[in-house]
Design a protein around this ligand. Structure first.
Ligand code: ATP
Ligand code: MG
Length: 180
């Protein structure tokens, strides 16, 4: 499974619709300070369901919406879509590609979409559990993340290994069963 495309509109510094195409393997994003490199990785974590504004380097969730510049007005909505390819085996699904979309309006209204159909965040989390893809997972390692994993409490660090071992789903099922 690999990240094939990332489409951003109204998210952070990306006011205009921007589409990035990736190839399998490693991709490096380079550019001067402040050009929006970290905003690209923020977009990937946001579309996968990041709920903590601070983890996206903001104070509140609304801060992900393009806030305007000297020459352009703020926007009312942010939307990010990612397409993942070679998914059949990795996700145990029939089709090869999966598209995830998240949208938020300044009014606070928001939503998630799986292959353009409205869905719950839970559906997205469940789809990617044990695959290494997710907000708390190891597929996106933002600045400082390695240090954070190394200095984490043993219990917290354990979750990284559980995800790699593929038992996150079972633990989530157990937790839900015990709650009922
Ligand atoms: P560095 O090399 O310093 O890490 P970078 O390329 O990672 O830089 P980012 O942190 O991705 O840069 O982007 C920072 C830019 O994004 C700043 O110019 C900031 O003003 C802009 N930005 C962040 N949030 C918004 C927003 N909501 N609206 C408009 N611009 C924003
Ligand atoms: Mg950066």
């Amino acid at each position: 499974m690999y990240l094939k495309t990332l489409e951003i509109v109204g998210f952070k510094s990306f006011a205009n619709k921007t589409k990035l195409d990736f190839e399998p393997g490693m991709t490096a994003i380079v550019g001067p300070n402040g050009c929006g490199k970290s905003n690209v990785s923020d977009a990937v974590r946001w579309v996968l369901g990041e709920q903590r504004a601070r983890a996206l380097r903001g104070a509140k969730m609304e801060d992900v919406i393009f806030n305007g510049t000297d020459s352009s007005k703020p926007l009312g909505m942010a939307e990010v879509s990612i397409t993942l390819a070679d998914c059949t085996e990795a996700l145990g699904i029939e089709y090869d590609e999966v598209c995830i979309t998240r949208r938020v309006f300044r009014s606070g209204e928001s939503g998630y979409f799986l292959n353009r159909k409205a869905c719950r965040l839970k559906d997205i989390q469940r789809l990617f559990m044990d695959t290494g893809v997710g907000t708390d997972s190891y597929s996106v390692l933002e600045q400082g993340k390695i240090d954070q994993i190394l200095s984490a409490r043993a219990d917290d660090r354990r979750t990284v290994f559980e995800e790699a071992a593929g038992i996150t789903k079972y633990k989530a099922d157990k937790k839900e069963a015990l709650r009922k």
